[in-house]
Design a protein around this ligand. Structure first.
Ligand code: NDP
Length: 288
């Protein structure tokens, strides 16, 4: 048996088509969705992500503003810019591209973004809402994974989902979203003993580690759904995931490719959250 590919590009295109229509409707009502992206310093990977996010915004008719600072910008100047954007009615989403230089507190940056414009879903208020199952902005990468599972008709209820990785932006919220959908969730991390003994139990295995091709056929159960969040360079400098695709493809039932899997979904859910924020604003305006 060869695993079916979960085509993140195709799923993204379908979702973006729907969003484009919503953007046109919101624009006609005077509420064109706008995303502000702040880039600090000149990290080439960050610049690539930011450019791609901006292009994707514009492609569906949204407004996208890029604000750039040199790496030595003061924390105060950055926080003041965020406050200014919080008060700007043309901006519905604010994103500070991480990582930021160490002299600036990431926690302060995230907590200064208004929860109503926190389209990355990193603000503690939004994380709390996610944990308690309330409507909120969900973190884009795990949200994208949930949309992929939905698209291929995989339900999480009663399944054993194993997450490798427990970062605040991917691993932890990933497990929480699967738990919210009634999966039984196990988290693995760098201190986990005998990783394989856990991953082999997974009906749904999500790898969010950052280690090229570490997940092999021996780590997975026959027929598992394997989601690869990792974005790494292989020995030839080529983009690859945390999963050894060639090794697992005859054992898994579904697998996401890298590139073309989770990556495009992450940006799509960022667009989704920004459109949702503009819609929320319109609803609030109409309620007044
Ligand atoms: P982090 O480095 O923040 O977290 C990595 C996690 O993996 C940690 O929890 C760490 O454990 C765990 N880990 C490290 N080594 C091992 C090991 N040998 N066995 C088991 N667990 C291990 O990374 P992120 O969560 O930010 O990102 C993970 C990957 O996903 C990266 O490749 C990143 O580039 C990619 N990514 C892709 C996105 C996309 O859109 N496709 C978006 C965001 C990230 P511990 O907590 O103990 O240190």
């Amino acid at each position: 048996m060869t695993a079916e590919l979960i085509d993140g590009k195709k799923i993204s295109q379908e979702i973006r088509k729907g969003l484009e229509k919503e953007v046109a409707e919101l624009t006609a009502k005077g509420m064109k969705p706008g995303l502000a992206v702040i880039l600090v310093g000149d990290n080439p990977a960050s610049r690539t992500y930011v450019t791609s996010k901006q292009k994707s915004c514009r492609a569906i008719g949204m407004e996208s503003v890029l604000i750039e600072y040199p790496a030595d910008v003061s924390e105060n100047e950055l926080l003041n810019k965020i406050r200014e954007l919080n008060a700007d009615d043309s901006i519905h989403g604010i994103l500070v591209q991480l990582p930021i230089p160490p002299h600036i507190s990431e926690t302060k940056v995230i907590e200064t973004i208004s929860p109503e414009k926190d389209v990355d879903g990193f603000h503690p208020i939004n994380i709390g809402k996610m944990m308690t199952g309330q409507d909120t902005f969900l973190p884009c990468t795990p949200f994208g994974v949930m949309e992929m599972l939905k698209y291929i008709g995989i339900t999480s209820e009663g399944k054993h989902a194993v997450i490798i990785g427990r970062s605040n932006i991917v691993g932890k919220p990933m497990g929480q979203l699967l738990l919210n959908e009634n999966a039984t969730v196990t988290y693995c991390h760098s201190k986990t003993r005998d990783l394989k003994s856990f991953t082999k139990q997974a009906d749904i295995l999500v790898a969010a580690v950052g280690r090229a091709k570490m997940v092999k056929a021996e780590h997975i159960k026959q027929g598992a759904v394997v989601i690869d969040v990792g974005m790494n360079k292989d020995e030839n400098g080529k983009l690859c995931g945390d999963v050894d695709f060639e090794d697992v493809k005859d054992k898994a039932s579904y697998v996401t490719p890298v590139p073309g899997g989770v990556g495009p979904m992450t940006i799509t859910m960022l667009l989704y959250n920004t459109v949702k924020s503009a819609q929320n604003r319109l609803n609030n305006r109409n309620d007044k």
